[in-house]
Design a protein around this ligand. Structure first.
Ligand code: GDP
Length: 481
């Protein structure tokens, strides 16, 4: 069960101050109304020489309940299409590949003039379906998995044939391996002069990703997102891998779908893009999705057409939730609207109680104050920028800002939008703030940051960013002097 600092103190006959002092000494800032985390409880247990048993929080129990399959009846199982994620180093052609596959496999009449890039879509190859999902990055991919939503069956790692393995390629390899699903390497930009398949194979083999024709297990498919070369091979390969996986699910079960993106749309309300993992999601279904709930009012498929239902591994945009859900959460159909509402409300109450205890997450100004009081020795930041050039420049400038008492610590930096995985990382480091340069959080990320009490500051001028951070630190300088 969750326990607050003062409750814990009471339970072991100490004063809240004693408890707070112990944690302060270890750099963990809590106030007496905060809920204690498991690691903090363990530390306190050791410190006070008492035994602390940590039971599952009620909230966790609630989550688990939904993720468990009810009455699995394998006799209803049918083969389901694979869900594929493409990841790779920036500029290696992930977006181009996703767009090319979609456009070359969608009849012009069907596409109905849809040209814009979308989060998820389903195509047919030899009359077999494949669903592709675009994740904002490999960190987001893993954050989703951390939340229990492993929507991906097969990972495609895209590597540009003229550029080879880069830092993010290496990160992607680790994330994909951790996900424990089959990997296919798409060697892209084969149309370019300087494309070198063998170089890519050699670099990948060095990283334990040995090609099949070199005696390993990984398929390397030469492709070009520009000319469309190799796309059929890639799709055939996906189908082969998918056959080996024997993916199956029950189309008659209560619908369960993963939210891959969600936003608030003018005139339509909350819209969630989902991929169905089990069952069939129908218009009229009562649904619950983390702390949000509702009844499916309408579904539009990936071609923008209204449909009555979404089948296994299919994707579409669902209208009818009362609020915007966080991506990575799982939408589950319930028997009645009352049930859906009750589950969501209980979770929301829990979330609210936690939010009230979030006094350790602070704004830049408050941070400056805490630094002034000598309570903080470093200002942890997460830095995101639109291009690697500015990222490196800002990172270097930030790490230059320091003095004897305090310094800036960039705990993570990356090219790309501010995502939920940044929030996860920020909430794991006391007092961490997120800085964005020419990038912004999506609506869902923004509202989650607000709910979690995490500060996100975005800038379009480097000096403004640097100045803000300097001010935060020098505010403390003058306060000390
Ligand atoms: P992402 O960052 O991985 O999503 O990469 P993009 O899809 O945005 O592609 C980066 C750049 O490479 C763009 O300018 C694309 O036009 C270009 N590009 C992508 N695929 C190919 C390809 O197969 N051949 C050539 N010549 N250029 C490509």
């Amino acid at each position: 069960e969750d326990i607050r600092v003062y409750e814990f103190a009471e339970a072991c006959g100490k004063s809240p101050a004693e408890v707070i002092t112990v944690l302060f000494g270890l750099g963990m800032m809590v106030t007496k109304n905060d809920f204690l985390k498991q690691d903090e409880l363990e530390i306190l247990g050791e410190e006070f020489g008492i035994e602390v048993t940590v039971k599952d929080a009620l909230e966790d129990a609630n989550y688990v309940e939904d993720y468990q399959e009810e009455e699995i009846d394998e006799s209803n199982f049918v083969t389901r299409p694979p869900v594929v994620t493409i990841m790779g180093h920036v500029d290696h052609g992930k977006t181009s590949l996703l767009d090319k596959i979609r456009s070359s496999k969608t009849a012009a009449s069907e596409a109905g003039g849809i040209t814009q890039h979308i989060t998820a879509y389903t195509i047919k190859q030899n009359n077999q379906k494949i669903t592709f999902v675009d994740t904002p990055g490999h960190a987001a991919f893993s954050a989703m998995r951390a939340r229990g939503a492993s929507v991906t069956d097969i990972v495609i790692i895209v590597v540009a044939a003229d550029d080879g393995v880069k830092q993010q390629t290496e990160e992607v390899i680790s994330h994909a391996k951790a996900a424990n699903c089959p990997i296919i390497v798409a060697v892209n930009k084969m149309d370019k002069e300087g494309a070198n398949m063998d170089m890519v194979k050699a670099q990948m083999a060095e990283r334990d990703m040995t090609p099949v024709d070199w005696g390993g297990e990984i398929e390397f498919i030469p492709v070009s997102a520009k000319t469309g070369e190799g796309i059929d091979d890639l799709l055939e390969n996906i189908l082969l891998q998918s056959e080996i996986l024997e993916l199956s699910a029950d189309p008659e079960a209560k619908a369960k779908a993963t939210v891959v993106e969600a936003s608030l749309e003018k005139g339509r309300g909350p819209v969630a893009t989902v991929i169905v993992q089990n069952g069939t999601l129908r218009v009229g279904d009562n649904i619950v999705c983390d702390t949000t709930y509702g009844r499916v009012k309408a579904i539009t498929n990936d071609l923008g057409k209204q449909v009555k239902e979404l089948g296994l591994s299919e994707t579409g945009r669902v209208l009818g939730l009362n609020e915007v859900p966080v991506s990575g959460t799982i939408m589950v159909a319930q028997d009645s609207d009352k049930e859906a509402k009750d589950i969501a409300t209980t979770r929301a109450e829990h979330a609210r109680a936690k939010e009230l205890s979030k006094s350790t997450k602070v704004s830049l100004e408050e941070m400056s104050g805490l630094i002034a009081e000598g309570k903080i020795k470093q200002l942890p930041v997460i830095l995101k920028a639109d291009v690697s050039g500015s990222l490196e420049a800002i990172k270097t400038s930030l790490e230059d800002i320091h003095n004897d008492e305090v310094k800036v610590k960039v705990i993570h930096s990356g090219v790309g939008g501010i995502t939920e995985s940044d929030l996860i990382l920020a909430s794991a480091s006391e007092g961490c703030i997120i800085l964005g340069f020419n990038v912004r959080p999506t609506g869902a990320v923004k509202s989650k940051a607000k709910a979690d009490g995490i500060t996100i500051n975005t800038y379009s001028i480097i000096y403004d960013l640097i100045d803000d951070i300097k001010d935060a630190l020098s505010g403390m300088m003058s306060a000390i002097i």
